[in-house]
Ligand binder design. Structure first.
Ligand SMILES: CC(C)(COP(=O)(O)OP(=O)(O)OC[C@H]1O[C@@H](n2cnc3c(N)ncnc32)[C@H](O)[C@@H]1OP(=O)(O)O)[C@@H](O)C(=O)NCCC(=O)NCCS
Length: 184
């Protein structure tokens, strides 16, 4: 039996974490990998709340680090299910960092995680329909459909481009690029 539909608000999740010194790179800023790991966690929490089952990350779209995050800042990751397919869910994540001394809040990145719900048999499982309660919910759902279409088209273009690469013409193709070909 199909699970009842759930509203976007049911699974909206925020994780807040203090950026401690052990998260920093040699430049004193927070490692991108720390933020990616937190994004994966919040995507899991949000998608599994909606699905009512265990979910796995299948794809990550658009991860741009817009501004560095500093040690001592409070990072909040806001996640929301933007779209559901049959067994997949697209979770939108907005990351913000708060400087507690100055109260300055900066948007450091946004990303989309595609998660797939798994059943007890470890196979992809049907997810509940999404109830869109606001115009913003509707906008995000339509946007996610576009993202899926663009991704599918890009995948096809990349496959075509990859299959048409002619390594024998490398010297000509790579003229002006900042690389050196060593083999003859
Ligand atoms: C996720 C997984 C089960 C999908 O398996 P599959 O054989 O492609 O299954 P399906 O073809 O039935 O696809 C399942 C859903 O995933 C979606 N999907 C599969 N690959 C995708 C991709 N690269 N990007 C976006 N969605 C994808 C399909 O569109 C489908 O969605 P829908 O049911 O809503 O239409 C499989 O790829 C897997 O187990 N991957 C490893 C996931 C994992 O372990 N992640 C943790 C990091 S190691």
């Amino acid at each position: 039996m199909e699970e009842p539909a759930r509203p976007v608000s049911h699974s909206q999740t925020t994780i807040t974490e203090l950026m401690v010194p052990s998260y920093a790179n040699f430049g004193g800023k927070i490692h991108g990998g720390i933020l990616l790991s937190l994004m994966d966690k919040v995507a899991y929490a949000c998608s599994s709340k909606h699905a009512g089952t265990y979910c796995v990350t299948v794809s990550v779209d658009k991860v741009d680090f817009l501004q560095p995050v500093e040690v001592g800042e409070l990072v909040s990751l806001h996640a929301s299910v933007n779209y559901v397919g049959r067994t997949s869910l697209m979770v939108g994540i907005r990351v913000e960092a708060l400087n507690v001394k100055t109260n300055q809040l900066k948007h450091t990145n946004s990303s989309y995680f595609t998660m797939v719900a798994k059943g007890d048999d470890d196979k992809p499982a049907m997810v509940p329909k999404l109830i869109l309660e606001t115009r913003e919910d509707v906008k995000r759902f339509i946007e996610a459909i576009h993202v899926r279409e663009i991704k599918a088209a890009t995948r096809e273009q990349m496959d075509d481009a990859r299959s048409s690469i002619d390594v024998e013409r490398a010297a000509e193709l790579l003229k002006g690029e900042r690389c050196i070909i060593l083999y003859k």
